[in-house]
Design a protein around this ligand. Structure first.
Ligand SMILES: O=C(O)CCC(=O)C(=O)O
Ligand SMILES: [Fe+2]
Length: 361
């Protein structure tokens, strides 16, 4: 995943008219992490969401979805929501907020969400390419001139990351840049701060009010399966040095997809299908454990990576469980979200006893 993300980032840099190594150094002590998502069958898919509307805050996301479907994306061109039909073996690449900020809005990060499903459970995994904590994020000078003034305030990535990850236990409003304003924010312990709501009847029974979305956020039945979502063949990457025609075409395709869609799918990406299958299998084994067993590796203030069934935005729970783990071992982040506090903190992963192969895959 790291290799694929660096290659893609080089292509994105080239497509923006930058040197391919323009972002080298930004990810030296990365805060990359991987998230396994499990969306259980839901009896009230019309009232809830598997995953709320958000944009990914890092540079790029590499997403593997199974064949259940449900991922929806807001089109950059007309603001319409479309569903992203699973393509076997393909990875979905999302442009993240950082690319939007660095490119001063030449590319935009894509808004997306996941529908809950009344018939089928769903599994996905996401790799988030994130910079080192000390990277100051702001539009690159190449994209600023008199006609194009800077569109984003700068911010320190590590402080933003700490705010998001360490604020799990309080309600926070994070307002950093235009690009980051819809990004996922995880909050916990919300029940004590909001009045108890009434249970609601769905077509299939009563639903825990913690999961019920406001009317305007509920899924729309008429979402269309879009035609023409870019499906980019990365096989020219293998001969990128020698085949300059192929690589120029690839750069143009990627540039077009980033500009017009904010996401794309890739095939012939070089990631062995066996590796993907092993991750999916280990993930299924883990999420099939009892809640008590899974909660032995719950995220908490000491271990901010691990299991959670309480991802929440605006006080509403997602119909989803997650297990996340950091990639650099250890990952070093700021200990607090206080702007002037330079104290650091080492993050390591916690692993369940079962399945033992989860750690390896
Ligand atoms: O499960 C999916 O398809 C989407 C996951 C996602 O958007 C995320 O983890 O940020
Ligand atoms: Fe996402």
């Amino acid at each position: 995943m790291q290799k694929l993300s660096s290659k893609l980032l080089e292509l994105i840099a080239l497509s923006l008219g930058l040197e391919k190594d323009r972002f080298n150094g930004v990810f030296k002590e990365s805060t990359n992490f991987t998230c396994l998502n499990y969306y259980p069958v839901c009896l009230a898919p019309e009232l809830t969401l598997g995953l709320r509307i958000h944009k990914d805050p890092g540079a790029m996301t590499i997403l593997a979805q199974d064949d259940a479907g449900g991922l929806e994306v807001k089109m950059i061109c007309d603001g319409e929501w479309i569903s992203v039909k699973p393509t076997p073996g393909a990875y979905i690449i999302n442009v993240g907020d950082l690319i939007q900020v660095w490119s001063n809005d030449k590319y935009e990060s894509v808004e997306h969400r996941v529908k809950a499903n009344s018939e089928k459970e769903r599994f996905s995994s996401a790799f988030f390419l994130n910079p080192s904590r000390y990277i100051w994020v702001e539009p690159l000078e190449e994209f600023i001139n008199e006609e194009n003034p800077t569109k984003h305030k700068g911010y320190l990535w590590g402080k933003y990351f700490a705010t998001r990850k360490l604020s799990n236990f309080k309600k926070v409003e994070v307002e950093l840049s235009k690009g980051a304003e819809y990004s996922t924010i995880t909050v916990r312990n919300h029940q004590s701060t909001i009045p108890k709501k009434k249970k609601k009847k769905s077509a299939m029974g009563e639903v825990d009010p913690d999961f019920i979305q406001a009317v305007e956020h509920r899924p729309k039945p008429e979402i269309i399966e879009a035609e023409g979502i870019p499906l980019i063949d990365l096989s020219p990457l293998i001969s990128l040095e020698s085949d300059s025609d192929g690589s120029a075409r690839l750069v143009a395709e990627i540039g077009d997809a980033c500009k017009n869609w904010g996401f794309f799918q890739v095939i012939n990406h070089g990631v062995p299908s066996k590796a993907r299958e092993r991750i999916e299998l280990a993930s299924k084994k883990f999420f099939a454990l009892s809640k008590d067993e899974k909660k032995k590796v719950s995220r908490d203030e000491a271990n901010i990576f691990g299991y959670s069934d309480h991802e929440i935005t605006k006080n509403i729970r997602d119909w989803k469980e997650v297990f996340d783990c950091t990639i650099e071992n250890p990952t070093i982040i700021y200990a607090t979200d206080e702007p002037d506090d330079e104290e650091l903190r080492e993050l390591t992963n916690q692993w369940p006893q079962y399945p033992p192969e989860l750690r390896q895959v």
